[in-house]
Write a protein that binds this ligand. Structure first.
Ligand code: 5GP
Ligand code: MN
Length: 322
């Protein structure tokens, strides 16, 4: 399937992604936006997404994103990228009203929520999947840059196990456009503000290991966020920092989003399927990186997650022994 054949008769197209959009989500949405704009200059194309982190200001037309979801517009086609319908947030009603819904995603927990579903969990990122749906002749430097960054963010800069030979071949093609990939990665992925570094340090300092040191957990409360004057976008990367502790099979990071409500991020080194754990609590994601929202005290949430993780570890060990 090529994207254009699906939408060439549409007069109005909307593109959206998940709440708290990450690099892959932001970049996929923007790559598709530019691609469709170039290909269909007569068509109205709108992007609905929560405001991306400031580092993505380097992506062309990022200021065209509409983060106000109150609209009477009814679209002929809505592309939901990197998300299922449950994670579209306030864009859900726009999605539901659209004439045709196209869902493009790489999350294993997404069973497909569109009239057309292109869900490929073996893909490193939605950006990688999307690029293969584009006509390479029509891709320009700005699209290439967005696709490259989407892939880079979801693979931890080509490091995680979701990085395939195909991912690298695609990255090589994209680099030929000549953009300054090194500066872009530095700016959007590695660079942190001073307070981001401080709160990461605090979270690491206060982390606790359990289950014979095979799990590690830490939490950032609302009070801590207020103290350091940070918001939830400033907490990216903390769970990854916990994951690299040697001997750890599973890292958990939570931050408070409301009274007795936490956003949970999990990372695994392969032994624990954190997507399965997250799905048990209404979330989702990938085998090695997943998340969910949990209600209850911090300690109750750890207990509930631990039970699932311990069950998985036990089953994995039984399998190994058999
Ligand atoms: P992170 O921990 O970086 O927020 O998310 C890790 C992965 O899990 C990402 O692919 C993200 O899209 C997915 N994820 C995180 N939270 C949720 C959630 O609440 N529901 C679903 N379905 N996926 C999630
Ligand atoms: Mn995502």
């Amino acid at each position: 399937m090529k994207i254009i054949s699906e939408v060439k008769d549409a007069k109005k197209i909307a593109i959206g992604g998940h709440v708290r959009p990450d690099g892959d989500c932001v970049c996929s949405v923007m790559a598709l936006y530019r691609y469709l704009q170039k290909e269909l200059p007569e068509t109205q194309i709108d992007v609905y997404l929560e405001k991306p982190a400031a580092v993505f200001d380097c992506i062309q037309d990022i200021d065209k994103i509409c983060s106000d979801f109150q609209t009477d517009q009814v679209y002929d086609v809505f592309f939901a990228l990197d998300s299922n319908d449950e994670r579209l947030g306030d864009a859900l009603s726009i999605y539901q009203k659209a004439g045709r819904r196209i869902n493009i995603d790489h999350h294993i927990s997404n069973t497909g929520c569109g009239d057309l579903n292109i869900i490929e969990p073996q893909r490193s990122s939605t950006a990688e999947l999307l690029y293969d749906l584009m006509d390479p002749e029509k891709v320009d430097e700005e699209i290439a840059k967005a696709v490259y960054l989407g892939i880079a963010h979801d693979t931890g800069v080509f490091r995680y196990s979701n990085t395939s030979p195909h991912t690298m071949e695609m990255a090589a093609k994209l680099l030929r456009f000549g953009f300054d990939f090194s500066a872009l990665l530095e700016h959007t992925f590695y660079e942190k503000t001073y307070v981001q570094t401080q709160i990461m340090g605090r979270a690491v300092l206060e982390s606790v290991r359990f289950m014979n040191d095979r799990c590690i957990v830490s939490m950032v409360s609302r009070r801590m966020m207020d103290f350091y004057q940070v918001n939830t976008k400033d907490l990216d990367g903390i769970v990854n920092q916990l994951q690299v502790v040697s001997g750890v099979d599973c890292a958990i990071f939570m931050y408070e989003i409301g009274t007795l409500q936490y956003k949970v991020s999990m990372r695994s080194n392969g032994k624990v399927n954190v997507a399965d754990v997250a799905v048990k609590f209404g979330g989702g994601g990938h085998v090695r990186a997943a998340g969910c929202t949990m209600n209850g005290t911090y300690h109750d949430n750890i207990n509930n997650l631990s039970r699932e993780i311990a069950g998985q570890m036990k089953r994995a060990e039984q399998k190994e022994r058999a």
